[in-house]
Design a protein around this ligand. Structure first.
Ligand code: GLN
Length: 283
């Protein structure tokens, strides 16, 4: 049924069916879009608004999702490590698999909480702000080469109440001298670009909607590791570690780059048991 009599519950059912070809979680997507259109939480929408008329904004939101546009860009929000991050199309959407990096760091640093944390390529502030929430006494620096992403990171630091502990700075690790004077760190986090330029396995919606400069790292996806990893030893404080995300087929290649830089490398896996990150430390 269309028109003013159409109810939220019916529209959700129809939207969930319509979204099946584009989404892994069509019903959930429909619910998030409806909650966003109503300006309330998903649970409030489900509990209280099933019989309400469909809000006028819903059709446009659904149409956007039907093109494959990620839900997070439509709602402007993505949860990561229990924190609500603002996201825009200028930033890579935080992935649940990247929480592996924070877990690995917590395991590794259980006996010695880090005081200074660096996040290389912080995007919307993802890894830095998650780490600062895990270690409330720590302070940190997020570097980012995209000015638009940097603005989102700064906003998230404020919104999540960590602006006094998180400095977000414009920097590019491929620019000589970028690290001059930034000091050393007990924990360095990085989710650099690591997708092969022509990777046939990259999801079409990721390629179409997410920022290329956050994804692609040359023909073999290793370009940024080759530049960044050799710089880590000079940035690590004594006893410090770096935790670096990798693509699931890159373990061997990145281990070799780390070894050549004089770093030990311990592999960690994500929830799907795929190789996901290396814990790197001075030998
Ligand atoms: N995990 C992302 C993807 O393949 C890639 C992130 C990255 O390049 N750092 O969707």
């Amino acid at each position: 049924m269309n028109g003013p009599d159409r109810r939220v519950a019916d529209a959700l059912r129809e939207a969930a069916r319509a979204l099946e070809p584009v989404s892994d979680a069509p019903r959930l997507d429909a619910e998030w879009l409806m909650a966003h259109a109503l300006g309330c939480s998903r649970s409030a929408m489900l509990l209280l608004h099933g019989a309400a008329p469909v809000p006028p904004a819903f059709a446009d939101l659904l149409a956007r999702r039907m093109t494959g546009e990620p839900l997070a860009y439509i709602t402007g929000e993505q949860e990561f490590y229990g924190l609500a991050f603002c996201v825009t199309p200028d930033v890579l959407i935080p992935r649940a698999d990247s929480e592996t990096l924070i877990e690995a760091a917590r395991e590794e640093l259980a006996a010695a909480p880090p005081q200074r944390i660096l996040d290389c390529g912080t995007g919307p502030g993802t890894l830095l702000l998650a780490a600062l929430s895990a270690w409330p006494e720590a302070t940190g620096l997020g570097i980012e080469r995209s000015p638009a992403a940097l603005a989102v990171a700064r906003q998230n630091a404020v919104t999540l109440g960590m602006a006094d502990r998180a400095e977000m700075r414009h920097a590019d690790w491929t620019a000589p001298g970028w690290a001059e004077g930034i000091g050393s760190f007990d924990l360095i986090l990085a989710n650099p670009p690591y997708v092969e330029t022509d990777d046939p396995d990259l999801a079409a919606d990721v390629r179409m909607f997410e920022p290329a400069e956050a994804l692609f790292a040359g023909a073999d996806g290793l370009a940024d590791y080759r530049v960044l990893v050799p710089q880590l030893p000079a940035l690590l404080a004594p006893g410090g570690i770096a935790v670096v995300e990798i693509g699931s087929r890159q373990a061997e290649a990145v281990a070799a780059i780390a070894g050549a830089a004089g770093l030990s490398a311990r592999l960690t896996r994500d929830l799907g048991d795929r190789p996901r990150a290396f814990v790197l430390a001075h030998n």
